[in-house]
Design a protein around this ligand. Structure first.
Ligand SMILES: *[C@@H]1O[C@H](CO)[C@@H](O)[C@H](O)[C@H]1NC(C)=O
Ligand SMILES: *[C@@H]1O[C@H](CO)[C@@H](O)[C@H](O)[C@H]1NC(C)=O
Ligand SMILES: *[C@@H]1O[C@H](CO)[C@@H](O)[C@H](O)[C@H]1NC(C)=O
Ligand SMILES: *[C@@H]1O[C@H](CO)[C@@H](O)[C@H](O)[C@H]1NC(C)=O
Ligand SMILES: *[C@@H]1O[C@H](CO)[C@@H](O)[C@H](O)[C@H]1NC(C)=O
Ligand SMILES: *[C@@H]1O[C@H](CO)[C@@H](O)[C@H](O)[C@H]1NC(C)=O
Ligand SMILES: *[C@@H]1O[C@H](CO)[C@@H](O)[C@H](O)[C@H]1NC(C)=O
Ligand SMILES: *[C@@H]1O[C@H](CO)[C@@H](O)[C@H](O)[C@H]1NC(C)=O
Ligand SMILES: *[C@@H]1O[C@H](CO)[C@@H](O)[C@H](O)[C@H]1NC(C)=O
Ligand SMILES: *[C@@H]1O[C@H](CO)[C@@H](O)[C@H](O)[C@H]1NC(C)=O
Ligand SMILES: *[C@@H]1O[C@H](CO)[C@@H](O)[C@H](O)[C@H]1NC(C)=O
Ligand SMILES: *[C@@H]1O[C@H](CO)[C@@H](O)[C@H](O)[C@H]1NC(C)=O
Length: 389
């Protein structure tokens, strides 16, 4: 009896082996690429547990419905995971198998685990989008091996540790989004090597130290957001080289010193937010040069002096509140103006809603007290509030 069972078992074992051999020969016949490569990819797909596929699907894993796209040879070049099949583990997918992968996109999928050093094996990768997941751990330095990478989005995860210096090797990167993580340490100075970068968002992390002056090397940058970190030191004068910049957001840090006059070189600036820092000195940089500026927020800083006369006719929003400004600007045509909680003195310019001047002890307080009974003022305040972007 035992012997019968035993031989039966062996028979089944050989059947399975024969079946696998047959399967692999089918794979060999069915492709122009190296068969072993396609097999490795099929194994990685089937063993990863990401897709509801069985071994009977191994002859054709390519399936846009499953978000698996292949080249003519049948090799996987794009994975855009549809997260309908529950939580998946990044580590369970053997990424090293996908030698031809160009785009790996798993966004908003509760993807778990850490980004393993093996990610650096994806030498053809151009797009890596793993935003809004539950990824933990550090960004592996091997990310710097992805020499073809143009888009890197790891935002909205729980990544910690430092941004690896090797990021400076990503010389064709145009888009870098690492916001809403717990990244620490300094912004690596090698970031200045990313000369093709147009979009850089490192906001809402725990980055420390100074803004590296090499940032001035990113001459194609249009969007720069470093807000909600613990950055210190002054805004580097090299910022004046970012002539394509239209959005500059450095709010909610510990930036000190004065606003560099080089900022006035940035004639494409549309939106500047330097609020909630320790910026001192006067607003000396020439706003008159910034003809594209729509919104300026320098509230909650230590600015002093009187505002230079400038034409703000193009500004939609001007927030100067919570500083120590002593003189009023001559022209204030902005749709939204807030100069409250400063050290202003003197008469209120024509057409200016007194409410935006509250918290200035030197400004006629009896007018300010009337605002609750004056319907025009209340109207104008609600109009202002609607304009807040
Ligand atoms: C996998 O697919 C089979 C058949 O299509 C289905 O019965 C099963 O519920 C699916 N499992 C999951 C986890 O989606
Ligand atoms: C993952 O893929 C690599 C490269 O294709 C291969 O050498 C390795 O054996 C695979 N690892 C596992 C656990 O399957
Ligand atoms: C993420 O997915 C949830 C539902 O799964 C959806 O409600 C939410 O809007 C998505 N967020 C983004 C940023 O796509
Ligand atoms: C993949 O990357 C790991 C870690 O970076 C490395 O040790 C391994 O040799 C690589 N494997 C392949 C198949 O390239
Ligand atoms: C990658 O970056 C590191 C650190 O910045 C540097 O030492 C190394 O030479 C770079 N590697 C290549 C191949 O450029
Ligand atoms: C800058 O990029 C070049 C390749 O474009 C690379 O050789 C060099 O190591 C990089 N330097 C740093 C500091 O990352
Ligand atoms: C700035 O860019 C130039 C090339 O555009 C490069 O040679 C240099 O190493 C970069 N400097 C830094 C500090 O990244
Ligand atoms: C702009 O970059 C050049 C080198 O590319 C440098 O010599 C110059 O000092 C920089 N200017 C500013 C304002 O940073
Ligand atoms: C502004 O702050 C810097 C650095 O904290 C300091 O050295 C400088 O004296 C301050 N300037 C003024 C005008 O307060
Ligand atoms: C205005 O911008 C131009 C061009 O960048 C620059 O040369 C000039 O110095 C700026 N003027 C002022 C007053 O900042
Ligand atoms: C300016 O920034 C402060 C602090 O970051 C914020 O509370 C305020 O709403 C902003 N002002 C406008 C007009 O957006
Ligand atoms: C504001 O400036 C006045 C002088 O104009 C000075 O006495 C006062 O200490 C300053 N307040 C702050 C908080 O810097």
């Amino acid at each position: 009896m035992m012997q019968f069972l035993d031989s039966n078992f062996h028979g089944m074992f050989f059947l399975v082996i024969y079946g696998l051999l047959f399967l692999s020969s089918v794979l060999e016949l069915g492709s122009a690429s190296t068969p072993s490569q396609l097999q490795l990819e099929a194994n990685a797909i089937l063993n990863g547990g990401w897709w509801n596929l069985s071994s009977s699907d191994s002859h054709d894993i390519c399936s846009p419905i499953n978000g698996i796209y292949c080249n003519d040879a049948g090799s996987v070049i794009r994975i855009k995971y549809q997260c309908s099949q529950g939580r998946v583990q990044l580590g369970r997918l053997n990424l090293s198998a996908f030698k031809n992968l160009e785009s790996f996109e798993v966004a908003n999928c509760s993807l778990q685990g850490t980004i393993l050093p093996e990610i650096g094996n994806l030498s053809k990768l151009t797009h890596l989008h793993l935003s809004s997941n539950d990824l933990l751990g550090e960004i592996p330095p091997t990310i710097g091996n992805l020499f073809q990478l143009t888009h890197l989005d790891l935002s909205h995860n729980t990544l910690r540790g430092e941004i690896p210096h090797t990021i400076g090797n990503l010389s064709v990167l145009t888009y870098l989004h690492l916001s809403f993580n717990s990244l620490q340490g300094e912004i690596p100075h090698t970031i200045g090597n990313l000369s093709k970068l147009t979009y850089l968002d490192l906001s809402s992390n725990s980055l420390q130290g100074e803004i590296p002056p090499t940032i001035g090397n990113l001459s194609k940058l249009t969007y720069l957001d470093l807000s909600y970190n613990s950055l210190q030191g002054e805004i580097p004068a090299t910022i004046g080289n970012l002539t394509q910049l239209w959005s500059l957001v450095i709010s909610n840090n510990y930036i000190e010193g004065s606003i560099p006059f080089e900022l006035s070189f940035l004639q494409n600036l549309d939106d500047v937010d330097l609020s909630c820092n320790k910026i001192n000195g006067t607003l000396s940089f020439s706003l008159s040069n910034l003809t594209s500026l729509q919104s300026l927020n320098v509230s909650h800083n230590l600015l002093i002096g009187s505002l230079k006369p400038f034409s703000d006719s193009f500004l939609n929003t001007l927030d100067l509140s919570y500083n120590n400004l002593t003189g009023l600007p001559l022209v204030l045509n902005s749709h939204y103006v807030d100069i409250s909680f400063n050290n202003l003195k003197g008469p209120i310019p024509n057409g200016l809603d007194p409410y935006v001047l509250k918290g200035n002890k030197g400004v006629c307080s009896d007018i300010l007290n009337k605002r609750y009974t004056n319907s025009n003022l209340v109207q104008s305040t609600t109009r202002n509030q609607r304009r807040i972007r």
